[in-house]
Ligand binder design. Structure first.
Ligand SMILES: Cc1cc2nc3c(=O)[nH]c(=O)nc-3n(C[C@H](O)[C@H](O)[C@H](O)COP(=O)(O)O)c2cc1C
Length: 267
């Protein structure tokens, strides 16, 4: 994707659409894209468009994209990674989306997606062209979760151990991939990702927020999948190759921190 950094910086959740139906060209471009979205967990995330649907927080479009994945380990991280790739691709075409994991009639969407017993549909998103003006409800929602704010770099990135926050000026080539994680969307804007840099590895941890218990559908593990996506695609864009490895490092981490996965950087 061209201008990746720009698209990540400019993306925001869109809940107010301008009623215009997607052009045939945009619809077909997205259809082609959703057939080949991958993730480093090797799980198949199956996307489909659903028409004539509604969500309480969304106005101005009835077209949605849903995605489902077989019940398996790392389903949330894989889903987060793949779905965010879709979100960013839509952004690059000027198409708005918003991750919806809670504020929907889940039964209706699962039925529309023809969900089977061994499948999970964690989130969906409306698709359409953003309206110039946000609905009052959307403005209030954004205010409620401080959607325009993010934690500082030092709050989420550490060097060698969790005692040493990393100053962004000392992050070198990794600054941009890590900064792209910092700007990512997350459920209720909790930003639960923490990154620990050690030698040629970047380890990703989840700092679980209160009242976000992990179930089969685990919104905060989805957030970690989004973080992995932003990191990997930005690093690759800069010519840094990455390999996903799941091997917990031998480092002290407080009990709220759960190890998720690491990227080995290969130059
Ligand atoms: C996994 C996930 C689930 C989300 N679920 C909802 C939801 O149910 N309803 C909603 O209005 N926004 C939802 N959001 C959007 C977040 O509130 C939003 O990304 C966050 O506040 C940051 O705002 P931004 O996306 O505009 O940067 C979700 C985001 C993520 C990543």
């Amino acid at each position: 994707m061209k201008n990746l950094e720009k698209h990540i910086r400019e993306r925001r959740s869109v809940r107010t659409f301008n009623q215009r139906v997607l052009t045939k060209e945009d619809y077909e471009t997205l259809c082609t894209f959703i057939k080949k979205v991958d993730n480093p967990f090797g799980l198949v995330v199956e996307f489909c468009f659903i028409e004539n649907m509604n969500c309480p927080v969304v106005v101005g479009t009835e077209l949605y994209v849903g995605a489902k994945v077989k019940n398996s380990p790392y389903l949330n991280e894989a889903f987060g990674y793949s779905f965010e790739k879709f979100v960013l691709y839509a952004q690059s075409l000027g198409i708005g989306t918003v991750w919806i994991g809670g504020t929907m009639d889940r039964t209706a969407f699962e039925k529309a997606m023809n969900l089977k017993d061994d499948e999970i549909m964690p989130c969906i998103s409306p698709v359409g062209y953003p309206s110039e003006k946000m609905s009052i409800r959307e403005m209030m929602m954004r205010k409620g979760v401080k959607a325009d704010e993010r934690k500082s770099f030092e709050e989420i990135v550490y060097l060698n151990d969790f005692e040493h926050p990393l100053n962004p000026d000392d992050a070198g080539d990794l600054f941009l991939p890590l900064e792209m994680v910092r700007l990512a969307p997350s459920a209720v804007n909790k930003q639960p990702w923490r990154m620990l840099i050690q030698n040629h590895f970047v380890h990703f941890y989840l700092e679980r927020s209160k009242n976000f218990g992990g179930g089969k559908i685990d919104m905060q593990k989805i957030d970690l999948g989004i973080a992995l996506c932003h990191f990997e695609i930005m690093a690759n864009d800069l010519g840094i190759s990455t390999e996903l490895i799941i091997e917990k490092p031998d480092v002290y981490a407080k009990k709220e921190l759960e190890y998720i996965a690491s990227y080995k950087l290969n130059g």
